[in-house]
Design a protein around this ligand. Structure first.
Ligand SMILES: CC(C)(COP(=O)(O)OP(=O)(O)OC[C@H]1O[C@@H](n2cnc3c(N)ncnc32)[C@H](O)[C@@H]1OP(=O)(O)O)[C@@H](O)C(=O)NCCC(=O)NCCS
Length: 145
């Protein structure tokens, strides 16, 4: 696990497309996310390829964290990579003395919801209707750091 570099962008785009085949970020969006939040993006690198990433910017003038994206390539799932990425993000946010971190997740994404619950995220079962546009509901989850 390490911070992202500009040279990682093509690989990052590939990983994002593998992790989110139905709804990947366009290249130019990932490029701009890198430009703005590159210091808050961790990648999993085996020395040859990337296998996952997490993007964790802050909001509210740096007082709160957001998990904006977490993805592990299909062939690498179920090996603890997602949990390791998330635990490292929480460790960093606690060191920065952020007060809470939140995220949104597709309400049917059982794997992600189980992961988030297992590390302390809770939801008030409040699904935000049409959060990502018509028919694209999201469950909001929060963790007090
Ligand atoms: C969600 C995701 C990041 C999990 O990554 P992962 O590396 O496979 O997860 P881990 O191996 O670290 O598993 C951690 C926990 O997640 C949960 N989990 C993972 N896969 C699961 C599955 N198929 N079914 C149910 N729970 C699952 C479990 O609670 C697991 O803990 P356990 O191993 O002690 O049972 C991965 O499935 C993924 O990239 N999915 C596609 C992109 C996505 O949906 N991202 C989240 C957007 S909000």
């Amino acid at each position: 696990m390490r911070g992202v570099t500009e040279a990682d962008l093509p690989e990052l785009v590939r990983v994002d497309r593998e992790a989110f085949p139905d709804d990947p970020y366009p290249y130019f969006v990932l490029r701009q996310l890198y430009d703005v939040h590159g210091d808050r993006l961790l990648v999993l690198d085996d020395g040859e390829r990337l296998h996952g990433y997490v993007l964790f910017p802050t909001v509210s003038e740096g007082r709160e964290g957001r998990i904006m994206s977490l993805g592990v390539t299909r062939d690498q799932r179920g090996r603890g990579h997602g949990r390791r990425l998330m635990l490292e993000v929480l460790r960093r946010m606690r060191a920065e003395e952020l007060r809470e971190v939140s995220l949104t997740v597709e309400p049917t994404n059982a794997a992600a919801i189980m992961l988030y619950r297992s590390i302390g995220f809770t939801s008030e079962d409040s699904v935000r209707k049409n959060y990502f546009g018509p028919g694209e509901d999201r469950l909001v989850m929060t963790l007090i750091l």
